[in-house]
Design a protein around this ligand. Structure first.
Ligand SMILES: CC(C)(COP(=O)(O)OP(=O)(O)OC[C@H]1O[C@@H](n2cnc3c(N)ncnc32)[C@H](O)[C@@H]1OP(=O)(O)O)[C@@H](O)C(=O)NCCC(=O)NCCS
Length: 211
């Protein structure tokens, strides 16, 4: 928010995650001028601005910030790179119903959605997502473009590597490291480190070997 009012932002993405982000955004801080997406979706109550090509023209207007509202970590990373190349700033979205410690940091492009909790000294990296009602306790590090799904709970000192995904309702005990681009299945209970790019499921979580 500036002295002149809310930050004017283009949303990138038009699916369910975009709807959750729009719903969570504090309109006193962020004003979405519309969204870009390959296809319009009538269910998203924002102006459709066209495909990604529309971004270039928009950048020549007074819209200087973009928010990439895509749930897929890899796609979100790609699109964040694209909008930054075009010269947009990455907007940061923190729901007014979220509780983020004043000792925590939330980096540009990150989203902390409704009811989420972020504890003291936690770091939420660039373009990362702390989804609805998830909790990230003290001293956790959520690296760039990772995604903590709804209702997932991370105990203190957990590190979630870049691009990793923790599925809905998962739990991670203190000080565990989930490697970059790893996947934690829905409902898993993670009690040991997860190697990079590994998928783990179950309680306690075990690797799901690909056949
Ligand atoms: C772990 C996960 C990524 C695996 O997806 P997948 O590769 O398509 O796996 P499949 O559905 O083919 O299942 C493969 C096997 O793993 C098992 N499995 C899959 N997910 C599981 C989970 N979360 N817990 C326990 N077992 C699971 C399946 O039962 C199946 O077992 P089988 O081979 O004995 O039949 C996925 O199931 C999952 O949990 N995703 C989380 C989604 C989510 O939370 N989204 C939130 C969006 S905000």
């Amino acid at each position: 928010m500036s002295a002149l009012g809310p930050e004017r932002v283009v949303m990138v993405g038009g699916g369910g995650h975009a709807m959750s982000c729009l719903d969570a955004a504090d309109q006193r801080r962020l004003e979405f001028v519309g969204y870009v997406s390959p296809e319009p979706d009538d269910r998203l109550p924002l102006k459709y601005l066209g495909g990604d090509d529309a971004l270039e023209e928009l950048r020549r207007s007074d819209v200087t910030s973009a928010f990439v509202a895509l749930g897929d970590n890899s796609l979100r990373r790609t699109l964040c790179g694209r909008v930054m190349e075009l010269g947009f700033d990455l907007a940061t979205l923190v729901a007014d119903t979220a509780r983020v410690s004043s000792y925590a940091s939330v980096l540009p492009g990150a989203a902390v959605l409704h009811g989420a909790l972020v504890g003291p000294r936690a770091e939420i990296g660039t373009g990362a997502v702390v989804n609805t009602a998830a909790s990230v306790d003290h001293d956790c590090v959520i690296e760039e473009f990772a995604h903590i799904a709804p209702g997932t709970h991370l105990a203190g000192g957990v590190r979630i590597g870049a691009g990793a995904f923790a599925g809905v309702g998962a739990s991670v005990i203190p000080d565990v490291h989930v490697g970059p681009w790893a996947v934690v299945g829905a409902g898993a209970v993670v009690i040991t480190d997860v190697p990079p790019r590994e998928t783990v499921v179950g309680a306690p979580a075990r690797s799901r070997r690909r056949s």
